[in-house]
Design a protein around this ligand. Structure first.
Ligand code: B12
Length: 230
């Protein structure tokens, strides 16, 4: 049977589980599909230490510090310069951001490649037909970075992304993996799809009524009080 793996990447809280993937796991099991969960956020906290992890997760959340670090592993040298980010984002939002803070931040960045390689080694990917990442807050870049590695390791695995970062404008943004060039296709959730169907049916039925009424010599006029026969 094909299995599903749902992944929770850094930087996400170590205090709370990711509710989304547990709910999806329960639903998949009900449908007879085996599903495992992987909380790789704990693996990174073990590598870089609890203090550094929570600092980036909590204090640097609003400047997307964690996203910035993982984006570097994804886009490599083509990424914008550190100087620009340090002065225009880090120092601009927190003038007390010290040299020591910067050292800790950069040091965490240096350990991310090893962390991602570790994630790849830890899992037997041949067991999975689909790997899904949940992304809220600062989890998109880490998810894409691991997704890129998984695709290189085994291109047959389908990668899926879900969570709050896939909603609205962000969800409609075209996300592509730089190495393979493959892009995520936005997926219309159930409710908008039903709404679209209802809209088409309404347009179709209205058109039919108008055609029939013309054919039968009846003229319809739409007023603010509803549709009336003249
Ligand atoms: C509870 C909650 C909190 C709690 C706990 C957060 C936590 N870390 O667990 C607290 C109070 C701490 C909190 C704090 C904050 N929050 Co809050 N919070 C929520 C809330 C109300 C519910 C989140 C939740 O657990 N939902 C239930 C689960 C089941 O839903 P879900 O994760 O979306 O999963 C479903 C789908 O998305 C999908 N899905 C999820 N993963 C995947 C994966 C795949 C592969 C697939 C196919 C589908 C899928 O399926 C799931 C089941 O339907 C949401 C709003 C909302 N209605 O969702 C905001 C929300 C997540 N919070 C938000 C924000 C901005 C914050 C704060 C930054 C607020 C602030 N100004 O401080 C802080 C940040 C804290 C931090 N760094 O962790 C934003 C996040 C925006 C974003 N794009 O990341 C949200 C979306 C609210 C909003 N609309 O603005 N928050």
């Amino acid at each position: 049977m094909s299995r599903v793996l749902l992944v929770n990447m850094p930087f996400s809280s170590l205090r709370w589980p990711a509710l989304g993937i547990s709910l999806l796991q329960a639903e998949l099991k009900r449908e007879g599909i085996d599903c495992d969960l992987a909380y790789f956020n704990f693996d990174l906290a073990e590598i870089i230490g609890l203090e550094a992890y929570e600092w980036i997760n909590d204090s640097l959340g609003f400047v997307l510090g964690g996203e910035r670090l993982f984006a570097k592993t994804l886009f490599g040298s083509s990424f914008s310069s550190d100087l620009e980010y340090d002065t225009e984002v880090l120092l601009a939002t927190d003038p007390e951001f010290s040299r020591e803070d910067k050292q800790v931040f950069d040091n965490v960045g240096k350990q991310l490649e090893a962390f991602l390689d570790g994630c790849l080694i830890k899992i037997d990917w041949s067991r999975y037909a689909l790997v899904g990442f949940t992304t809220t807050f600062q989890q998109t870049m880490a998810s894409l970075a691991l997704a890129s590695r998984i695709k290189q390791h085994d291109p047959r695995i389908t990668i899926s992304l879900g969570g709050a970062n896939c909603e609205g404008v962000m969800g409609r943004t075209r996300w592509c993996l730089p190495e393979s060039g493959s892009c995520f296709r936005p997926f219309l959730p159930y409710q908008p799809r039903v709404a679209l169907m209802i809209l088409w049916i309404t347009v179709g039925v209205t058109f039919l009524i108008l055609c029939l009424s013309r054919f039968m010599g009846v003229h319809l006029a739409v007023t603010q009080y509803g549709t009336r026969c003249l």
